[in-house]
Design a binder for this molecule. Structure first.
Ligand SMILES: Cc1cc2nc3c(=O)[nH]c(=O)nc-3n(C[C@H](O)[C@H](O)[C@H](O)COP(=O)(O)OP(=O)(O)OC[C@H]3O[C@@H](n4cnc5c(N)ncnc54)[C@H](O)[C@@H]3O)c2cc1C
Length: 322
């Protein structure tokens, strides 16, 4: 039997949906799951964690609870040591990318980020390599190991439990080397790319910044969809970097990815080719993206996207996440 720590992430007090897949990845007969909460969530959060199979909910109260990567990392290490936990899972999210490597460094423990599968018993983790050209399975050695799960990689399965609550009060000293001056929310008004179930992305074919409103309109007509972009669109200043999908942007794993005016460079594919269903809209019948698409339309996105948005709006209420 193993004790597994799960670093839970919240957004505005609510559980991020990606936590549930991470919990499912850890649920196995005999393992004892500890959901570690660095922030106080909304009232329904504990119930939701119980629905997916955690055995303990560890609520961490710090002398200074506001986000601070080094203080939080030291607080998580304190929790792990006090509960004798040697396996930690988190999300490969913006917060996870900041926190997990720091925790691994303090513990001098191996960490694999962006895992799409883990075998906790064998201490192996599967992740993509070389811009997504290959998948590799790593064997982690040592008593303490860490995994950063790719959001949405594992479908969540309900597994009800009645968790115990463990309250930890931790006094972490101030960090004189790193001060968080301000936390500024991203410019994008869409939901987080790495957690979105549907992404509508635009590339050079969008032609300018203004035209991205066509993509936002399409995303709104779908419902809970995010808008992404190729690097060309980001480098041109049309959209913020937070929206870039790809090797040097965000790696995404939605159920549906709609690539509009994107050619399908190897660097873009590296960030989205594991999507459940890929749809491309492109004027070029030889664009590389088409070979990676489940469906494609050869045509002008300025004709097709408004028609698609119109059709989706007519069928509002349909749940496209299923
Ligand atoms: C080290 C490195 C890292 C990189 N990281 C990333 C990354 O993270 N993400 C990323 O995206 N790129 C990345 N790139 C850049 C990458 O190589 C490509 O340059 C980029 O992905 C191309 O973007 P694009 O598909 O929008 O543009 P293009 O390749 O120029 O393609 C535009 C497409 O739009 C189509 N089109 C034009 N007009 C229309 C229209 N009206 N309707 C429909 N289709 C139309 C064209 O047929 C074409 O296929 C990286 C490059 C390097 C060297």
């Amino acid at each position: 039997m193993r004790k597994i720590g799960l670093l839970i992430e919240l957004k505005e007090g609510a559980l991020k949906a990606a936590n549930m897949g991470m919990i499912t990845a850890a649920v196995k007969k005999g393992h004892e799951l500890f959901a570690i909460m660095m922030e106080t969530g909304m009232p329904g959060v504990r119930k939701e964690l119980a629905r997916f199979g955690v055995n303990h909910i560890v609520t961490v109260q710090m002398n200074r609870p506001d986000w601070h990567p080094t203080r939080w990392a030291r607080a998580v290490v304190t929790v792990l040591k006090s509960l004798d936990i040697h396996t930690l899972m988190g999300l490969t999210s913006a917060q996870g990318k900041d926190l997990l490597p720091r925790i691994a460094a303090i513990l001098d423990a191996p960490l694999v980020m962006d895992c799409v599968h883990v075998d906790i018993g064998k201490q192996t983790a599967k992740t993509s390599q070389y811009s997504g050209k290959t998948m590799a399975t790593f064997h982690l050695t040592g008593e303490t190991v860490l995994y950063g799960m790719r959001p949405n990689a594992i479908p969540a399965v309900v597994h009800p439990t009645t968790p115990h609550i463990i309250e930890q009060i931790i006094d972490v000293p101030e960090d004189s080397d790193l001060h968080v001056l301000e936390v500024v929310p991203g410019e994008s008004d869409t939901q987080n790319l790495s957690e979105a179930h549907v992404i509508v992305s635009g590339g050079r074919g969008m032609k300018d910044k203004e035209n991205f409103k066509i993509l936002f309109a399409c995303a709104r007509s779908i419902g809970e969809a995010a808008v992404g972009a190729s690097r060309v669109a980001v480098d041109a200043g049309w959209v913020p970097y937070a929206m870039q999908v790809g090797q040097t942007g965000t790696k995404v794993n939605p159920k549906v990815y709609i690539a509009c005016g994107i050619s399908g460079s190897i660097q873009h594919l590296a960030g989205m080719k594991t999507s459940g269903l890929i749809i491309a809209i492109n004027t070029d019948a030889n664009a590389a993206i088409l070979a990676h698409s489940d469906y494609y339309v050869i045509g002008d996105l300025f004709d097709i996207l408004p028609a698609l948005t119109h059709g989706l709006e007519k069928n509002r209420g349909q749940d496209y996440r299923k």
